[in-house]
Design a protein around this ligand. Structure first.
Ligand code: 5MM
Length: 325
């Protein structure tokens, strides 16, 4: 049995990254509707089959994060999704949070739930073939936001989740996302990301989570999507790496960024600019969702005729991100 550290290092090394295909049923249904595909269980399954059977996927992708629905589904040939990934040399991951809900007393802010019964769910996911897990907390930047209580509640939940996963032999991806929505500057994003990451690592420490057995999945430090000044890739890279140096202990094996609404090209360029800053104590790679699968979904549009072209579109993005080192 590989150790937590060995699994974590496999997830972030050798130029490979992690495919985030764990959209909840609601999010995936909306994405299918956006390309005129009926949001049925079977269409969600077909789309995930398309992504995960892409030829050569394991050259650039070390692991794929799935949702509970997909984890229990099968390819057309009857192989379960976790087994199909294993056969292709890709680790199977499972999103185990149950979503973000409004946080009491904190208007406009959310706390991620899913701790109740998590120990038993993790045991089942291990049986089904999971090697790692994911939990995402979201933080908005705004007037007085994020509040101290939202930062603390979410960091505490992330640490409790991470502890339970390690107890079950699963590597937790710890995903605190400061979202891009808003007109905040790069510097404001940097300040909030610093506060959030400091709180997350304080809580991980209190919970005695082994830092060599996690993967951190943060946002890049970028300006809000409505900010008039658009920092270039070198500014984003410098601000992000400086923030990580201030907050992330060197014992963490790797950092796999979310894309957060950046275009595929922006996300790749920002990652490439970070790879030019050396030396770094951690591996830096990608765990993109939309920036990896967006072009494939747009190409497929539910048609069997578009299947191969869609797989090629995914492959191109994965290779582009894996080639930046
Ligand atoms: C793929 O989307 C993930 C699940 O989102 P919901 O549970 O809200 O449907 C999401 O956590 C994703 O893994 C991260 O946000 C990274 O995706 P992006 O598109 O930001 O790279």
């Amino acid at each position: 049995m590989p150790t937590l550290n060995e699994i974590a290092r496999t997830m972030v090394s050798n130029k490979r990254g992690i495919l985030a295909a764990d959209e909840s049923i609601g999010t995936m249904s909306r994405r299918l509707e956006s390309v005129d595909v009926e949001p049925t269980e079977e269409n969600r399954r077909r789309y995930r089959e398309l992504l995960l059977t892409t030829p050569g996927l394991s050259d650039s992708v070390s692991g794929a994060i799935l949702s509970d629905e997909t984890f229990r589904q099968e390819l057309s040939d009857g192989t379960t999704f976790p087994n199909a990934l294993g056969e292709r040399g890709v680790l199977a991951g499972i999103k185990v949070d149950t979503g973000a809900v409004p946080l009491a007393g904190a208007p406009g802010e959310k706390v991620t739930e899913g701790l109740d019964g998590l120990r038993a769910r993790l045991e089942e996911y291990v049986e089904l073939g999971a090697s790692f897990t994911k939990w995402r907390a979201v933080f908005s930047i705004g007037d007085g936001l994020p509040s101290a209580r939202a930062v603390h509640a979410n960091a505490h939940a992330l640490a409790r989740y991470a502890g339970l996963c390690q107890e079950a032999g699963l590597v937790p991806i710890v995903e605190p996302e400061v979202v891009m929505d808003g007109d905040h500057s790069l510097d404001e994003c940097r300040q909030v990301t610093t506060t959030v990451l400091r709180s997350v690592f304080t809580e991980l420490g209190l919970m005695e989570v082994r830092l060599d057995g996690i993967v951190l999945k943060p946002n890049m430090v970028v300006a809000g999507d409505a900010c008039s000044r658009r920092p270039d890739a070198s500014e984003v890279a410098r601000a992000t790496v400086d923030t990580l140096h201030e907050t992330v202990p060197p014992g963490v094996p790797g950092i796999a960024f979310l894309s957060g609404g950046q275009t595929p090209e922006e996300a790749t360029a920002n990652l490439a600019a970070m790879q030019e800053i050396t030396p770094l104590p951690w591996e830096l790679t990608y765990s993109f969702g939309r920036a990896l699968v967006g072009p494939a979904l747009d190409t497929w549009r539910g048609s069997d005729d578009g299947w191969e072209a869609a797989q090629k579109a995914l492959s191109e993005r994965a290779v582009a991100n894996a080639s930046v080192r």
